[in-house]
Design a protein around this ligand. Structure first.
Ligand SMILES: [Zn+2]
Length: 205
């Protein structure tokens, strides 16, 4: 699990929320301009990566990422416009146009409060082990929540396993370092930078 850095609160969102009155309550989906400012803030906090699998998001392809409600709207309607509950996840579509089988799209409305891991970086990444085979597993055998998240998000999907295995091979075989995966100026990260950094004993800034 990749997780998110702390978020800055967009002033546009604050302004919109303060419009609340007895006849109108802010609710999801956001108006277009508010959505844009929220997506920008989330993208920045996630350094351009999916909050769950760590693939790079496609900011200009609307079907390829979505605003993810970590606590689903169906069970937590009060959190539907609460920034702390919002993240960006890849899906509902993949590059080939096929439905995403992982991350927020796989999780859908499923959520287990007792067994969840908050997507805070780097704490959540430390709960997992990324094996050379590409498989992800709980770091600690008795961490049931880590197992639950892997299952909910389908993080051992064959494509993710292959991608992770490839990237781990590259780190070991090509003498890559941190700067190959994170732009030091913008902090924009390449896909799976959280795994690379974990392997290199550092964190995404
Ligand atoms: Zn993802």
């Amino acid at each position: 699990m990749r997780g998110s850095h702390d978020k800055r609160t967009p002033p546009e969102l604050v302004g919109w929320l303060t419009l609340e009155n007895p006849n109108w309550q802010p609710s999801y989906p956001f108006p277009t301009d508010i959505r844009r400012s929220v997506v920008d803030a989330l993208r920045e906090a996630q350094r351009g990566l999916c909050v769950y699998c760590g693939r790079q998001l496609h900011p200009n392809s609307p079907g390829r990422f979505h605003i993810e409600h970590f606590r689903p709207r169906s069970s937590y309607p009060d959190l539907s416009v609460e920034l702390s509950n919002l993240f960006l996840s890849c899906g509902p579509e993949l590059e080939a146009g096929t439905p995403s089988e992982t991350c927020g799209h796989a999780k859908s409305d499923r959520f287990d409060e007792a067994g969840c891991i908050e997507p805070d970086y780097p704490a959540c990444t430390y709960r997992f082990r990324f094996l050379l085979s590409g498989e992800v597993a709980p770091r600690s055998d008795d961490d049931a929540a880590a197992g639950t998240m892997i299952e909910l998000l389908n993080l051992n999907h064959r494509e993710l396993r292959k991608d992770r295995s490839d990237i781990l091979d590259r780190i070991d075989g090509e003498n890559l370092d941190f700067s190959d995966f994170v732009d030091p100026q913008t902090c924009e990260a390449q896909s799976y930078a959280h795994i690379v950094c974990e392997r290199l004993g550092t964190v995404i800034p």
